[in-house]
Write a protein that binds this ligand. Structure first.
Ligand code: HEC
Length: 122
């Protein structure tokens, strides 16, 4: 009986930890990354008002999407074999290679926390 209780308690803990993202980024550290690399010089101080309409809005996008995009630019810059997981872009590649995995998770969390103009229309 006690063993059964122990096992189910362990199971409950495991399923709870599965709900917490593995690498939840640090919003304050992410703002520091955004400032240090001066991402605002292209994407805008609010990450929404970019200097050119072809430069994407970052504010309010999903953190996992942003992190995936940044890692894809980094792989593209490192000349990884072409796949769906790389992005070749001379501008963003040059910035993405300056970011560690932690920088990416943090800046993605920061950008996702900002109010964005993007919405799903149904
Ligand atoms: C010199 C201008 C410039 C700077 C500085 C810059 N970016 Fe970008 N960024 C771009 C452009 C241009 C694109 C679109 C590239 C493409 O077509 O793939 C882009 C795309 C992105 C994307 C993909 C967004 C999406 O919706 O897919 C992310 C994420 C991003 N930038 C984050 C950053 C971060 C974080 C920094 C600072 C570390 C930064 N950028 C600095 C110009 C810049």
């Amino acid at each position: 009986m006690t063993n059964i209780l122990r096992i189910s308690a362990a199971g409950a803990l495991l399923s709870l930890s599965a709900l917490v993202p593995a690498h939840a980024g640090d919003v304050a550290a992410g703002k520091a990354v955004y400032d240090r690399i001066n991402c605002a010089s292209c994407h805008g101080a609010d990450a929404k008002t970019s200097i050119d309409p072809s430069y994407p809005q970052l504010a309010g996008q999903h953190a996992d999407y942003l992190a995936h995009a940044l890692k894809a630019y980094r792989r593209g810059q490192a000349n990884a074999a072409p796949s769906a997981n790389i992005r070749k872009n001379a501008i963003m590649g040059a910035f993405a290679v300056q970011l560690s995995d932690k920088d990416i998770e943090d800046v993605a969390a920061y950008l996702a926390s900002l109010p964005g103009g993007l919405a799903v229309r149904r």
